[in-house]
Write a protein that binds this ligand. Structure first.
Ligand code: B12
Ligand code: SF4
Length: 479
């Protein structure tokens, strides 16, 4: 018997192996990064002597039958299901199936981003005994201790976050098979990358983003604590890391300290991170490069400053974007722009600015998505208010009434006067005009000489690129 079994719920839960044969047709789940949230809670539980196991359903290709068999074998006291909105249908199906197979013997809890964005969910879906909103490292330990003392735990509990992130033990990576997390399935990269979280929270409030609903206060781990963790998993990931931070370079002082710590340890580490164009200057970019940063991802969203700042509330100017990308180019860090299309009031002219911004600032990579209005965001509230989304969409999705596979069924935001096909055409136009461009090809060839690994990666991506140029997205990823 174990104390806790965590289940990372997938976007699509397959009944059995025959059902899973459809997996490829749906484009599947991302399996590149492991569920850090669960592993952090697991580490806290283990520190207090509680026994824990983890099933990452998509990464381990587990079906519902496999999960139920594991539960029968492990006999957990508590099952903790972690879910974003994308996987909330699977989370509900799992809870229902566990209930019907094992009755009320096992306590079932729900946590993760969906609970933060929709805290009344449990009232509408009473298949879970309890739920925790927000960060759960402290609170889940308390729940387990109460249960072990024979006390009753029920309903929604507000998670109490750690003020000092250095007090949280490193994620319990030994509970997963870290070797299976190797970027996107389709890309078949050989080396697993370690997900690392150097900070939590973001002070901005972009209208398409769930961070304001998650409501985390910004906290930074000390440079030493982050690098100690990186060093501890060095062999596992062969020195390759992916920072999951919402915005990595919020504090200049902290960024420089972190880079210095990495440089002093003289370990060959390569890492990528997301940040904002207004949160960088030359001193920082130089330090990032010396510390092993190879790629920076910028949330640019719209090429139109008007949409970016008055609708999305990004608070980043065109000038800041051009400057940040130029600094990256100068110091040989690859700049990746995240773009989006589909916002209230967006015109054809605004969309064309988005099509061209990557070429204009000479970025290395662009990726464009059609806005998905998700619970916990301003854009979701707007879409419901304007009857662009049914008010009960979450429950319909959670009950499986909208069909399987989040990406195939969750509506995208199509501004008035446009069709979905118009937005897909904008995506195709963006990809074609950016990548089928003489100057971009020249820049890329130069990159292959500087970073030969990128040549290998690009060869693998070539097939996907053709698909994207024709269809506007990879399978199941038109958003
Ligand atoms: C890294 C990341 C990814 C990675 C890996 C995700 C993973 N394996 O967990 C990848 C790239 C695969 C990814 C993909 C997507 N992501 Co993402 N991602 C993130 C990001 C930036 C960080 C996640 C993280 O590591 N958090 C750190 C840990 C410590 O926090 P946590 O996971 O929330 O866990 C804490 C609590 O939630 C709670 N908890 C967690 N699990 C459980 C379980 C129980 C039982 C309990 C009680 C508590 C509990 O306690 C934990 C510890 O404090 C977040 C932004 C964010 N700040 O959350 C977006 C975020 C989660 N992603 C988001 C989105 C939209 C997506 C995509 C749909 C994007 C897309 N269009 O393709 C896909 C969907 C993938 C899928 N399979 O469903 C949204 C989710 C919105 C929503 N309402 O669900 C977020 C919030 C981004 C945003 N700013 O809006 N993502
Ligand atoms: S999109 Fe980025 S900058 Fe904006 S609120 Fe979300 S995490 Fe912060």
């Amino acid at each position: 018997m174990i104390d806790v079994l965590f289940i990372h719920s997938p976007m699509i839960l397959y009944k059995d192996q025959a059902d899973a044969a459809h997996f490829k047709a749906h484009g599947g789940d991302e399996k590149s990064l492991y569920p850090l949230g669960i592993l952090y809670i697991a580490a806290c539980l283990e520190k207090k002597g509680h026994s824990v196991k983890v099933i990452d359903v998509a990464a381990e290709n587990k079906t519902l039958e496999d999960i139920l068999s594991s539960i029968a074998l492990e006999k957990p006291r508590i099952i903790g299901i972690s879910s974003m909105t994308t996987s909330i249908h699977s989370a509900v199906s799992l809870a229902k199936s566990i209930r019907s197979r094992f009755g009320n013997d096992i306590l079932i809890g729900l946590g993760g981003v969906h609970m933060c964005c929709d805290p009344t969910f449990l009232k509408r879906m009473p298949y879970f005994d309890f739920g925790i909103t927000g960060e759960a490292e402290k609170t889940f330990v308390e729940v387990v201790e109460k249960v072990k003392e024979g006390k009753k735990v029920q309903g929604v509990i507000l998670g109490e976050a750690y003020e000092d992130l250095d007090d949280i033990p490193f994620p319990a990576r030994h509970l997963i098979n870290a070797g299976i997390y190797k970027r996107d399935e389709q890309m078949k990269f050989e080396v697993p990358t370690a997900g690392i979280l150097g900070s939590r929270g973001c002070p901005y409030g972009c209208s398409f983003c769930c961070i304001p609903a998650i409501g985390q206060k910004v906290r930074l781990r000390s440079a030493k604590n982050i690098v100690d963790e990186m060093e501890s998993v060095y062999d596992l990931c062969q020195g390759q890391y992916n920072f999951n931070d919402d915005c990595m370079t919020l504090s200049k002082k902290h960024t420089l300290e972190f880079c210095q710590e990495l440089i002093e340890r003289k370990l060959k580490m390569r890492w990528i991170a997301s940040t904002r164009a207004n949160a960088l200057d030359e001193e920082m970019v130089r330090a990032l490069k010396r510390a092993g940063c190879t790629d920076l991802y910028f949330g640019v969203e719209s090429g139109s400053e008007k949409i970016r700042n008055s609708v999305i509330k990004k608070k980043v100017t065109d000038e800041q974007i051009a400057k940040a990308v130029a600094l990256c180019r100068k110091h040989r860090i690859l700049s990746n722009l995240f773009l989006m299309v589909g916002f209230p009031g967006e015109t054809k002219e605004d969309m064309l600015k988005t099509v061209h911004i990557g070429t204009k600032v000479k970025a290395d990579v662009v990726g464009i998505h059609i806005t998905m209005p998700l619970p916990g965001t301003e854009i979701f509230e707007y879409a419901v208010k304007k009857s662009m989304l049914p008010a009960d969409i979450i429950d319909r999705y959670a009950r499986g009434e909208m069909g399987r596979g989040f990406r195939d069924v969750w509506p995208l935001f199509v501004p008035e006067g446009f069709t979905l096909q118009d937005l897909i055409d904008i995506k195709i136009k963006t990809y074609r005009s950016f990548y089928i461009n003489f100057f971009w090809i020249l820049r890329r060839i130069r990159t292959w000489f500087i970073l030969p690994k990128k040549f290998k990666d690009d060869l693998k991506l070539f097939k996907i690129a053709i698909y994207v140029f024709v269809k506007g997205g990879t399978k199941g990823q038109l958003s």
